[in-house]
Design a protein around this ligand. Structure first.
Ligand SMILES: *Cc1c(COP(=O)(O)O)cnc(C)c1O
Length: 364
């Protein structure tokens, strides 16, 4: 019987949390994904006991058998969401119910046990609450990283019978360093990220492992990110290694590739579609060919492009690069529509713009 966890977490006291002056210094300019908070959540799953041992305690190394299935067959999934301090000093999460749902769907695809949504939400609430001092002031936030790994020591190939769910947190600033106003994106014409029937819609580490060679090519080409085309025809725009993509046209409409198994259903993507439609914009969730993009850039019909995700929020794309050379989007600068949508989304997350969709989840 699965334990639904309404009894709360066992708390293990931290013997030596980071002293205030050190933490304050560390999170003043935290970068992305390096400044980890004091605590972590762990919950164990076994076939006979279900979810149990819900613990919140000092963050520290995990002890794993070298035969743990995750180390051999990559049975791993994760999530990413942020805790914000609003202008009025409240602490909020943004649509954590969506992360909980997606985590359960990723688990299903990777043949892992589903963590009940309420337990997922309780776990991120608990860590945010105990490490609230780690939320930077100003534009920073606390990035929460829930993940699940197969821990059973067994080298046979089948779904494992033991799992560990963990949540860690990291104080973060902007994802792209140097405060760039636009990013440059390499279009990969050989590597692909996901195929129909594969794991493209699941948030699993394996998808990222498979994207790193293409990302390394992008870096070598002087680009910040890689854009993948579909695996069947190498023709349709899909998404970046860890971000969805939107295109903005001269009539003010937007287009983004449809969710269909090979694209990660981003919560930022979903939120922006709703916000843009609320403003009266047309948003098409339809396939868009890379050749069409080139034609629309040449004709001036395509005005802006941006990447989006929790970590990077909205990152305007100034330029694409291919083996044939660069393609400048609009005038190469951050577009008006992209920036306005970013202001609105960040405004809602920070409590400065009315939350008309009820997306904010306050931490008591
Ligand atoms: C996490 C992720 C996104 C963005 O999803 P958000 O919910 O908006 O953070 C996009 N693409 C990939 C491949 C991802 O892993």
């Amino acid at each position: 019987m699965t334990n639904h966890g309404s009894q709360g977490f066992r708390k293990v006291a931290h013997p030596s949390p980071m002293p205030d002056p050190e933490r304050i210094e560390l999170i003043r300019n935290p970068g992305f994904g390096r400044a980890f908070s004091d605590h972590m959540v762990t919950i164990t799953w076994t076939a006979d006991r279900g979810w149990h041992e819900m613990t919140i305690g000092p963050r520290g190394p995990l002890s794993l058998s070298p035969a743990a299935a995750v180390l051999h067959y990559a049975q791993e999934i994760f999530e990413g969401l942020k805790a914000y301090r609003t202008s009025s000093g409240e602490i909020t999460l943004f649509r954590p119910d969506m992360n909980a749902r997606r985590f359960a769907l990723s688990a299903e695809r990777l043949a892992m046990p589903a963590l009940p949504d309420n337990l997922f939400i309780e776990s991120v609430e608990a860590l945010t609450s105990i490490d609230r001092a780690w939320i930077p002031d100003g534009e920073g936030s606390l990035y929460l990283r829930p993940f699940m790994i197969a821990t059973e020591p067994f080298l046979g190939v089948r779904p494992a019978a033991e799992y560990l769910y963990v949540v860690i947190a990291s104080a973060v600033g902007p994802y792209f360093s140097g405060g760039k106003s636009t990013i440059t994106v390499w279009v990969s014409e050989d590597y692909t990220r996901a195929a129909k029937g594969g794991t493209g819609a699941a948030k699993c580490g394996g998808n990222y492992a498979a994207s790193l060679t293409a990302q390394a090519v992008a870096s070598a080409e002087g680009c910040d990110q890689v854009l993948f085309l579909d695996s069947a025809e190498h023709r349709w725009i899909e998404e970046l290694g860890g971000m969805n993509i939107f295109l903005v046209f001269e009539d003010g409409s937007l287009q983004t590739p449809p969710i269909g198994g090979t694209i990660l259903p981003g919560i930022t993507r979903d939120s922006l579609i709703r916000l843009a439609r609320e403003e009266g914009r047309v948003v098409r969730e339809e396939p868009y060919a890379f050749d069409q993009l080139k034609a629309d850039v040449a004709s001036g019909r395509l005005r802006e492009a941006f990447a989006c995700g929790t970590a990077a929020v909205i990152s305007p794309i100034g330029k694409l690069k291919t083996t044939d050379g660069p393609i400048v989007i609009g005038d190469g600068n951050a577009g008006e529509v992209s920036l306005a949508l970013k202001r609105k989304l960040v405004g809602i997350q920070r409590g400065d713009v009315p939350d008309s969709f009820g997306w904010l989840h306050k931490i008591a």
